[in-house]
Design a protein around this ligand. Structure first.
Ligand code: ASP
Length: 424
């Protein structure tokens, strides 16, 4: 049986066993499944462990072979442009859906207040984290690392990308006998990282089962019911963006067959969904881009780590719906200019959102503050936290699909020959 089929079985049986035991009130099984969580955490840690060596090594090798700095600038410009445009489209879609469906309009105030009270503590914790987030000016300045080793040690990917690209570009201008051994060294690190990923993958079906079963076993169904419309708007928006917007971009910008594209990348969502982390999924995203689509190492090693860090279409869409939901539930008017502010702040906030579980909700706090919902932040966030994990899983899927479509677009626009079955 293929690995991805096994992982899918792990995922589905995790949902059935976890949600089933919760629904049937089988407390001892719920406790048992909850106790499996460390297995899943070990898997996420193992995947995350390989991200720094993989990103640095593949970026150094990739940018050293890109040749001239102008090509690098061109690829960088296309990548950023693509990421910003698709994120803005996602936010706009979220706003349009929330204006049409008004998910917050029907919730009665008593349900609202009891939900809020239930998650108040967790919401306050998130607010403390958000208060430590630097302003956008510093986020941009921090892209230049003071010490790349520190960036690696603190998992600060953006400055690390910056350094690795510059370093690789510098290598490319050295004479052969100087650059060859260094490139070989990083090439070797890259290959070894890929081997480690293969080893980690062997455990994936069991780890995915543990992750999903332990989450769904703790999932209260009542909560789901009261937040259903809000959740459905987010899920519907994610589906529209993930299939239609990304599909159209794949068809018309990358000029690939959308169905083939989705087929080829179909293993990646399993990981994004179970780990809720673009970063932890990155090793899988990169090998899929190279092995399933035929995208070069140069392009994929630049576009994908950058995407895992700054491109969050799904998160931005979810933030737009969440802001509107909280505003509607508290009777706060969101006029056109407030909604445009959401488009701008959510698009920029995605740059500062780390690709880790729950990061989107923290940046949401900043957006709520910007649009004038500052005094509703704690209760508003508390309101939606109950179903945030499941939405996080789904938005992460859309985030990584967007990254892969960008890699395909950049590769094609640079004249790369991708897999002939996928190309139009
Ligand atoms: N978990 C998301 C990601 O890693 C970020 C978020 O929306 O919280 O892409």
């Amino acid at each position: 049986m293929q690995l991805y089929t096994k992982i899918l079985i792990g995922l589905i049986s995790g949902i059935v066993v976890g949600a089933g035991s919760n629904l049937l009130g089988l407390d001892s099984i719920v406790a048992l499944l909850t106790a499996l969580e460390p297995l899943g955490t070990a898997f996420i840690r193992a995947l995350t462990m390989i991200v720094i060596p993989l990103v640095v090594a593949s970026l150094v090798v990739g940018s050293s072979s890109l040749g001239d700095i102008r090509k690098l600038g061109r690829i960088g410009g296309k990548t950023l442009g693509y990421y910003m445009v698709t994120t803005a489209l996602a936010v706009t879609l979220g706003l349009v859906l929330s204006n049409l469906i008004k998910p917050g309009a029907g919730v009665d105030p008593a349900t609202r207040d009891s939900l809020s009270a239930q998650f108040q503590g967790q919401a306050e914790g998130n607010m403390e984290i958000a208060a430590q987030a630097p302003p956008i000016k510093d986020v941009l300045l921090n892209i230049i690392p003071r010490n790349p080793i520190e960036s690696a040690a603190t998992f600060d990917i953006l400055p690390l990308i910056f350094f690795a690209v510059i370093f690789g570009a510098a290598l490319s201008v050295l004479p052969e006998e100087k650059k060859d051994p260094v490139i070989k060294l990083f090439g070797g690190i890259n290959e070894a990282s890929m081997v480690i990923i293969g080893w980690i993958m062997v455990t994936a079906p069991y780890a995915v089962f543990a992750l999903i079963a332990s989450i769904t076993a703790q999932f209260g169904l009542d909560l789901l019911r009261s937040l259903m419309i809000y959740g459905l708007v987010v899920v519907g928006g994610l589906a529209i963006h993930g299939f239609i917007t990304v599909g159209l971009m794949v068809r018309f910008a990358a000029k690939l067959k959308p169905i083939m594209f989705f087929k080829r990348i179909s293993g990646v969502p399993l990981f994004a969904f179970s780990t809720s982390s673009s970063n932890a999924t990155l090793p899988v995203t990169m090998s899929t881009a190279q092995n399933q689509l035929g995208i070069s190492k140069e392009v994929s090693s630049f576009v994908l780590p950058l995407g895992a860090t700054i491109n969050m279409d799904g998160t931005a869409l979810y933030q737009a719906v969440a802001v509107m939901f909280i505003a509607q539930i508290y009777g706060f008017q969101m006029d056109l200019s407030a909604q445009l502010t959401v488009v701008l702040t959510a698009t920029l906030a995605s740059i500062g959102t780390a690709g880790v579980p729950g990061a989107g909700v923290i940046m949401l706090i900043a957006i709520l503050q910007t649009v004038g919902l500052g005094d509703r932040v704690a209760s508003g966030i508390a309101l939606i936290l109950g179903i945030d994990r499941i939405l996080d899983m789904l938005r992460t899927v859309v985030n990584v699909a967007g990254d892969l479509s960008c890699a395909a677009f950049v590769a094609r626009s640079e004249g790369e020959q991708l897999d002939p079955d996928v190309v139009i």
